[in-house]
Design a protein around this ligand. Structure first.
Ligand SMILES: CC(=O)N[C@H]1[C@@H](OP(=O)(O)OP(=O)(O)OC[C@H]2O[C@@H](n3ccc(=O)[nH]c3=O)[C@H](O)[C@@H]2O)O[C@H](CO)[C@@H](O)[C@@H]1O[C@H](C)C(=O)N[C@@H](C)C(=O)N[C@H](CCC(=O)O)C(=O)O
Ligand SMILES: Nc1ncnc2c1ncn2[C@@H]1O[C@H](COP(=O)(O)OP(=O)(O)OP(=O)(O)O)[C@@H](O)[C@H]1O
Length: 494
């Protein structure tokens, strides 16, 4: 595409050579190629403007900047007020505004974004409406799964993903919308058909993220100025703040009849090979029973959000309950039915808030013992490790401390930080640095009625060790350990 045309379409002054062609946009000089336009982004670690020469050396001749830069005279340099906003509008134009043809459903909130996105995608796919998904578990459509760095990818990746989904005949895209995504213009220009608010609590506040809870909340609330219909959790303490300056039609969900989509008769269900929850769902049109294969009251909220979206999109009520009963959310309180007499669950909980939440949820199912296996990622604060330890010490009967994604940190040093927290909180624990060994230990120690939580890795199929993603699938390790245990038991060896 002619650079001049792209600039015009995005509403920028077209001061460049009339024949300059660009095929793609690039914001990382290390990946720049001759047919790219390089967009210089101001980051938290470095400033893309410092790398324009390196992009030039890699062949780029088209540049979008927000402050003057010096480059050889054959470079076309376009200065805009904000390069992040420009990246979003240029990307939308380059991919011919796919979001005007695919209906996008944006999900925001502190917890539940991934879960709700998967539930809605599953519901749409299973009722004959092809849908894609963009979020923490990657970019997914059809059988395609692409890893992403961020929950909400950079605008260029987002627009490209939507364009690929359109080519794959998707009619819908479920997009996890983080506060950072809104703040850094990643979702600028997306006309969301539906926006969903799950819940809000303090998170992502600190250097490089948000300066305060109010700022964090303010960015999340932006979604409801960018969607046609907003579906909000009425029971959340910040519901009114989120709805306050909205410009959309407001629908609500919750646990009482003030909400449009609401639940009662909630029952926790634990059966061999099944852990979940049942409830009666009430919608403006009808009421019906729902049985979900995800446990806990928060799963009811996630399902209500999905049901609200399904109803607003016109999916028949008669199909909604049936398809929800078969929904699987990768790595979110996902049951591994490997041992018949105890419950093994994988969950992405990797900070204090989510570890407390999942352990409290599992406790409500009255396990004989609740065993929590967890570690903590490298490069984070001692405080994070100690608060994780406090949560486990208070809420689990026994903890198995192990490694998570140590990356460049010594896994044993990370364990020592967690051990300190455990000892201070008088928790019962054992440390087994190798995660595979730790899982095998957990499977071997389980007694009938126990529940084992493998926390931290969720959907991830690797361990990050010294900058490298080493393949590691918890499910495979559990299944193999359980097979060996069952085989020993059947041959009378244990
Ligand atoms: C702190 C933060 O927001 N970081 C994001 C940011 O990176 P950065 O600001 O550190 O970038 P930088 O390293 O300073 O570089 C600035 C620019 O120079 C470029 N560069 C850099 C080096 C070089 O040699 N050449 C070059 O061109 C970089 O490509 C970049 O364009 O821009 C990158 C590209 O878009 C993001 O991937 C990255 O997200 C990191 C991984 C991150 O952790 N972000 C968090 C805060 C985040 O966004 N989280 C939310 C989830 C929140 C939730 O769950 O609610 C998310 O949506 O993921
Ligand atoms: N509605 C909810 N309320 C509270 N906790 C939840 C809710 N839904 C899921 N969780 C818990 O939080 C964890 C993360 O859930 P999920 O990945 O769906 O949220 P998210 O908003 O995408 O989170 P993150 O920002 O950490 O990626 C789950 O593994 C589960 O333990």
């Amino acid at each position: 595409m002619k650079f001049v045309r792209l600039l015009e379409q995005a509403g920028f002054p077209a001061c460049c050579s009339p024949d300059r062609e660009v095929e793609a946009l690039c914001y990382d000089s290390r990946k720049a190629a001759s047919d790219n336009a390089f967009v210089a982004l101001c980051g938290t670690v470095s400033d893309g403007h410092a790398f324009v020469q390196s992009a030039y050396d890699n062949g780029c001749r088209a540049f979008v900047v927000q402050r003057p830069v010096t480059l050889p005279s054959d470079a076309d340099i376009v200065q805009v007020p904000d390069t992040r906003a420009a990246l979003a509008s240029l990307s939308a134009c380059l991919f011919e505004h796919p979001a005007t043809r695919i209906k996008t459903i944006g999900i925001t909130g502190t917890k539940g974004k991934t879960s709700v996105a998967h539930l809605i995608r599953h519901m749409l796919d299973e009722t004959g409406h092809k849908a894609g998904l963009i979020g923490t578990t990657g970019i997914r459509f059809g059988d395609v799964v692409r890893k992403t760095v961020n929950t909400t990818p950079e605008s260029y990746e987002l627009q490209r993903a939507l364009s690929d989904m359109e080519k794959a005949d998707c009619q819908y895209a479920c997009v996890e919308v983080s506060s950072q995504g809104l703040m850094t213009h990643r979702v600028d220009g997306l006309p969301f058909e539906i926006g969903i608010f799950t819940n809000l609590s303090p998170d992502h506040i600190g250097p490089g993220e948000h300066s305060s809870f109010e700022e964090y909340m303010g960015w999340k609330a932006q979604l409801f100025r960018r969607c046609r219909i907003g579906i909000l959790n009425r029971d959340d303490a910040h519901f009114a703040d989120m709805a306050k300056d909205s410009t959309c039609v407001i629908r609500t969900f919750g646990m009482n009849d003030q909400a449009d989509y609401w639940a009662d008769d909630v029952q926790l269900l634990r059966e061999p090979g099944f852990l979940g929850v049942g409830f009666t769902c009430h919608t403006p049109a009808d009421s019906f029973p729902v049985r979900l294969p995800q446990p806990g009251r928060f799963s009811v909220y996630n399902a209500l959000a999905a049901i609200g979206a399904g109803c607003e999109l016109g999916i028949p009520l008669s199909q909604i309950a049936t398809v929800l009963a078969g929904a699987v959310i990768p790595g979110r309180i996902q049951l591994i039915p490997a041992l018949p007499y105890c419950t093994i669950v994988v969950d992405y909980a990797h900070n204090e808030l989510s570890l407390r939440s999942i352990l409290t949820t599992l406790r409500e199912y009255h396990p004989r013992r609740l065993i929590c296996l967890f570690g903590s990622v490298g490069g984070r604060t001692q405080l994070r490790r100690q608060t994780l330890a406090h949560a486990a010490a208070q809420l689990a009967d026994f903890s198995i401390l192990t490694s998570d994604n140590p990356d460049f940190e010594d896994p044993v040093a990370i364990l020592e930080d967690i051990e300190q927290g455990m000892s201070a909180a008088k928790g019962h624990f054992i440390s087994i640095p190798d995660r595979g060994d730790a899982i095998r230990y957990a499977v071997d120690m389980a007694k009938p009625g126990d529940m084992i939580l493998l926390a931290g890795k969720g959907h991830e199929d690797y361990q990050l060790i010294r900058g490298e993603r080493i393949p590691f699938c918890e499910r495979d390790v559990v299944e193999e350990a359980a097979r060996q245990r069952l085989s020993r038991e059947s041959s009378g060896k244990s």
